[in-house]
Design a protein around this ligand. Structure first.
Ligand SMILES: NC(=O)c1ccc[n+]([C@@H]2O[C@H](COP(=O)([O-])OP(=O)(O)OC[C@H]3O[C@@H](n4cnc5c(N)ncnc54)[C@H](O)[C@@H]3O)[C@@H](O)[C@H]2O)c1
Ligand SMILES: [Zn+2]
Ligand SMILES: [Zn+2]
Length: 361
């Protein structure tokens, strides 16, 4: 039996999102039907509606979610009805080239999720990152459901499904920040602040938060930033160097994803340091770097997809740290909103008023 639920749809490039009736079928083999309880508004949802990720409109937005499994397909054994789960966009398949080479955090099966949800007139919807969770129910691949302790609040848990995991993982997994390191984070939205928090958790000694908005810098301090730089009125490269005895930081994380922020990250990095790009660029962006310095400065220029996380390894561990009071995920939740307030949440994100607006269903 198909379910008719409300969902947030992006119908055309640049058009405001709207609420529509979404038809969600019952789970087939390998699938799970999830009653969504909370879903954060991530900048990537805005990228989708602006056509920055693809042109497979209409999109069913939302991908940073937690909820309860309502039904599973006949062959599903990993999760069961009643399980509290965080949805992930990396359902490790175990069979692709990356999985077989023992590097499951590069699994290619990410977007193989089901495309069976439709509008009432039968138009097939593209679920954002294979999830589509700005909806009362969604249909996902069962591997996209990671069971965690139900003691955590859904609006907090869901954040681990995307932005917060991406930021934490950029610092912990991709950069491998360790005790005593110096780290700079450019762009302190939800993703950047999670990178600040990750660096702090790993024991970094100096954590420099860079943003163009003083409000964001103040929040970054609450996540562990030891210094802040407003790059709208000063040169962040000079400032980062001034704070590190002229050296630059061991790690620079670009959580904006623009050519100019990447160039800043490249230049603000210590010799043989690491740049991690976690902000998502758009197709027309081009980068120019002095090749001689790419060689001469050594180190590593890396990108972080989803914080190089393994949901089954990382989500339950991070939920436990939160429940023990060691990972203040609740500080990312600026407001909880209803499904029909997503467009307004995009505007608030654009104006820099929120870290995360979270839809609660
Ligand atoms: N790699 C991944 O797996 C992954 C996962 C989730 C999100 N993302 C991406 O990460 C990026 C950040 O997402 P978010 O949800 O934190 O967005 P956000 O809008 O909440 O935060 C962006 C921050 O960057 C700041 N900023 C903008 N331009 C700047 C500049 N030139 N210099 C310094 N700061 C600047 C803004 O003031 C804001 O605080 C987005 O591109 C998003 O798509 C990547
Ligand atoms: Zn795989
Ligand atoms: Zn996201």
């Amino acid at each position: 039996m198909a379910h008719e639920v409300k969902g947030v749809i992006a119908t055309a490039k640049g058009s405001p999102v709207s609420i529509a009736t979404v038809v969600v079928p019952d789970p087939g083999p390998g699938e799970a039907l999830v009653a969504v309880q909370a879903c954060g508004v991530c900048h990537t949802d805005l990228h989708y509606r602006e056509g920055g990720i693809g042109s497979d409109f209409p999109y069913l937005l939302g991908h940073e979610a937690a909820g309860v499994v309502e039904a599973v397909g006949p062959d599903v054994t990993g999760v069961a009805p009643g399980d509290f789960v965080i949805l992930n966009w990396r359902a490790v398949c175990g069979q692709c080239r990356s999985c077989l080479r023992g590097r499951p955090w590069y699994c290619f099966a990410t977007h193989n999720a089901t495309q069976k949800m439709t509008l009432a007139d039968g138009t097939v919807l593209s679920p954002a990152l294979g999830i589509g969770a700005f909806a009362e129910k969604t249909l996902v691949a069962a591997g996209q459901c990671t069971k965690v302790s139900a003691a955590i609040k859904p609006e907090v848990a869901g954040l681990l499904g995307c932005g917060v995991m991406a930021g934490l993982g950029a610092a912990l997994n991709t950069a491998g920040v360790t005790r005593g390191d110096s780290v700079a984070v450019i762009g302190c939205g939800g993703v950047g602040d999670a990178a600040v928090l990750g660096a702090s958790l790993a024991g970094a000694r100096t954590i420099i938060a860079v943003d163009v908005d003083d409000r964001k810098l103040e929040w970054a301090r609450q996540f562990g930033a030891t210094h802040t730089v407003n790059s709208s009125n000063s040169d962040p490269v000079e400032q980062i160097k001034a704070l590190t005895e002229g050296n630059g930081t061991d790690v620079v994380i670009d959580a904006v994803g623009r050519p100019e922020t990447y160039q800043q990250a490249f230049a603000a990095r210590d010799l043989a340091g690491t740049v991690v790009l976690v902000g998502v660029p758009t197709p027309e962006m081009r980068l120019e770097l002095p090749l001689q310095e790419v060689f001469g400065r050594g180190g590593a220029l890396k990108s972080s997809w989803y914080g190089d996380c393994l949901p089954s390894r990382d989500f339950p561990m991070l939920v436990d740290l939160h429940l023990q009071g060691r990972l203040p995920l609740e500080k990312f939740v600026s407001e909880t909103i209803a499904l029909d307030a997503v467009e307004e949440a995009f505007a608030k994100m654009h104006r820099g008023e929120v870290l995360r607006s979270v839809v609660v269903l």
